[in-house]
Design a protein around this ligand. Structure first.
Ligand code: GLN
Length: 483
C-alpha cells in the first residue's frame, strides 16, 4: 500500500477499499521504523489519526476531494496552529505557531492528513540538510549521503515512502535539488502562484512553496490545492488556477525544447550528462524538437543570489531578538546583551554567515556596489530567459551538477556547497516555474534529476511534459532498497 501514488490512493479511499485511518497508521509506523533517516522533526500521531477519522467521515458522506484522507508531510517552515514550527533552528526550537500558514489551511480544507513536519536546513539555508539544528537527514538511496537541501526531510520522506507526498520551499533550488538527489518529482511554481503567508521568510522575493511527490500526476493534484491568490500575501498573484490534472495527457508533438549551452559545460558530472542526454532522446521519440538556446548571464546567477538572498535574509531574520518568541539566552546583563546572546546562541553558523553578508551588502557604503549591482544582474538574468522563450516552449537541463554527495564532504567549503544550485538559482531570480524529475542513476546507483523550466505561470505545461515522460519511463517508480 505504501508504494501507491496519491492518484491511486485517492481512488482506493473513495471506493472504501481502505480507510484513511488504516493508511495513516501505515505511514506513521513507517516513519517510526525508519527514524534513522531523521526525515521528521515533529510527528503528532494523535493529531494525524484524528484528522484521518474526520477524513473517513467525509469520504463516507461523499464530500471528499482528491486529497481527502491522504497523509502528507509538511516542511517545518510552514506555521502550523498548535504544533511546533521550528524551521530547523534552535531559535524556534520551542515555537508553537498560533495560526496556520495558508498552505497548511488549504491542505486541511481539502481533508488531507498532516503526518508531521519535515527536517530541513536551518531557515532553509543550505543544499544538504546539514545545517539543521536537529541533525542531518540521510539519503535513503545511500545513507552515507545527503538528501540535498534545504527540503531534505521532505525529499527523503517521499523517496523512502514515509509519506504519500510532501511540500517543500525553493528559494534557490531547495525543492528541485533535493528532488534530484533522492529520485523524486519536485515542482517550484512561478513566484506568486502559491501564498507565502505563514511560510517562514528567508528571502521574500525568491521564496516559493511547491509539491514534492512521486510523480508529475501527484504534483498536479497537490498544486491544485496549493495554488491561488491569497489576500493575506500581497505578492500572490490574482489569476485563475487551471485544473493541473486535466491537461497532463496532451501530446508533446512539436514541443520545442531549448537546451542552454551554458548548462552543459565544465562542472557537470559525466553520469548526469549521459542521463540527461538519454532523457532528451526519449523526448525526441515523444515528438519534441530540440534546439540550442543561450542564457549568457548564467555564470552570474550564484554571485547575484548570494548578495540578494542574504540581504533579504538579514532583514527578515532581524525579528528573532529573543523578546517576543523563540529562543532567549538564559543569562544577560541588559537589553543589548540579551539580543546579542540570544542571536549568538540561537542561530547556527550558516545563518550567521548569511546575516553578516547581507548586512554588509546593504550597508550605506556598499549598497550601490553590491546590492544595487546584483539587482541589475537579476534583470539581465531574467531577460536571458525571455529571449530564450521566444524560440522554445520549455528549457531542459540538469537539476544539479552532481548526484548525492557524502555527508560532511562540503561542510567546510561554503562555496562548493553553494555551487550545488548552479542550475536552479537563476530560475528563482527570474521568478519562473521549474521542475526536477527522475531521469536515471549514476554508476553508484544514486538518482539523477532532469530539470524542466517553463514560462511564467506555465506550470500546466511543465506537468504535462513531465507526465508524458513518466508514462514512457519508469525512473520515478524506482524505490530505494529496503523501502
Ligand atoms: N541552497 C540555496 C541556499 O542555501 C537555496 C536554498 C533554498 O532554496 N531555500 O540559499
Amino acid at each position: 500500500m505504501h508504494r501507491k501514488s496519491v492518484a491511486e490512493l485517492s481512488k482506493a479511499l473513495n471506493k472504501k477499499d481502505i480507510s484513511s485511518c488504516e493508511l495513516t497508521s501505515v505511514y506513521l509506523d513507517r516513519i517510526q521504523a525508519h527514524s534513522e533517516l531523521n526525515a521528521f522533526i515533529t510527528v503528532d500521531r494523535e493529531r494525524a489519526l484524528k484528522q484521518a477519522q474526520e477524513a473517513d467521515a467525509r469520504l463516507k458522506a461523499g464530500t471528499g476531494t482528491a486529497l481527502t484522507g491522504i497523509p502528507i508531510a509538511q516542511k517545518d517552515i510552514f506555521c502550523t496552529d498548535g504544533m511546533l514550527t521550528t524551521c530547523a533552528s534552535r531559535m524556534l526550537a520551542n515555537f508553537v505557531a498560533p495560526y496556520d500558514a495558508t498552505v497548511i489551511r488549504k491542505f486541511g480544507e481539502a481533508g488531507s492528513v498532516l503526518l508531521g513536519k519535515t527536517n530541513m536546513d536551518e531557515f532553509a539555508m543550505g543544499s544538504s540538510n546539514e545545517t539543521s539544528f536537529f541533525g542531518p537527514v540521510r539519503n535513503p538511496w545511500d545513507r552515507r549521503c545527503v538528501p540535498g537541501g534545504s527540503s531534505g526531510g521532505s525529499a527523503a520522506a517521499v523517496a523512502a515512502r514515509l509519506a504519500v507526498a510532501a511540500t517543500g520551499t525553493d528559494t534557490g533550488g531547495s525543492i528541485r535539488q533535493p528532488a534530484a538527489l533522492t529520485g523524486i518529482t519536485g515542482l517550484k511554481p512561478s513566484y506568486g502562484r502559491v501564498s507565502r503567508y505563514g511560510m517562514i521568510a528567508f528571502a521574500s522575493s525568491l521564496d516559493q512553496a511547491g509539491p514534492m511527490t512521486r510523480s508529475a500526476e501527484d504534483a498536479a493534484l497537490l498544486l491544485n490545492v496549493m495554488a491561488g491568490f491569497d489576500p493575506l500575501d500581497s505578492t500572490s498573484v490574482d489569476r485563475p488556477v487551471p485544473d493541473y490534472a486535466s491537461t497532463l495527457d496532451r501530446p508533446l508533438t512539436g514541443l520545442r525544447i531549448g537546451l542552454p549551452q551554458e548548462y552543459f559545460g565544465e562542472g557537470l558530472g559525466t553520469g548526469v550528462a549521459v542521463a540527461i542526454e538519454s532523457a532528451l532522446e526519449e523526448f525526441r521519440k515523444l515528438g519534441a524538437k530540440i534546439l540550442e538556446v543561450s542564457l549568457p548571464n548564467s555564470s552570474l546567477a550564484i554571485p547575484c543570489y548570494y548578495v540578494l538572498a542574504p540581504a533579504e535574509a538579514s532583514s527578515n531574520l532581524a525579528r528573532y531578538d529573543g523578546v517576543r518568541y523563540g529562543y532567549r539566552a538564559p543569562e544577560y546583563e541588559d537589553l543589548w546583551e540579551m539580543y546579542a546572546k540570544s542571536r549568538a546562541q540561537g542561530f547556527g553558523a550558516e545563518v550567521k554567515r548569511r546575516i553578516m553578508i547581507g548586512t554588509y551588502a546593504l550597508s550605506a557604503g556598499y549598497y550601490d556596489a553590491y546590492y544595487l549591482k546584483a539587482q541589475k544582474l537579476r534583470r539581465l538574468i531574467s531577460s536571458d530567459f525571455d529571449r530564450a522563450f521566444e524560440v522554445c516552449d520549455v528549457i531542459m537541463g540538469p537539476a544539479a551538477p552532481s548526484t548525492a554527495f557524502e555527508l560532511g564532504s562540503k561542510t567546510d567549503d561554503p562555496v562548493a556547497m553553494y555551487l550545488s544550485d548552479i542550475y536552479t538559482i537563476s530560475v528563482n531570480l527570474a521568478g519562473l516555474p521549474g521542475m526536477s524529475i527522475p531521469a536515471g542513476f549514476d554508476s553508484n546507483g544514486r538518482p539523477i534529476g532532469l530539470q524542466i523550466i517553463g514560462k511564467y505561470f506555465d506550470e500546466a505545461r511543465l506537468l504535462n511534459v513531465a507526465h508524458k515522460f513518466q508514462q514512457a519511463t519508469d525512473w520515478h517508480l524506482r524505490v530505494p532498497e529496503g523501502f
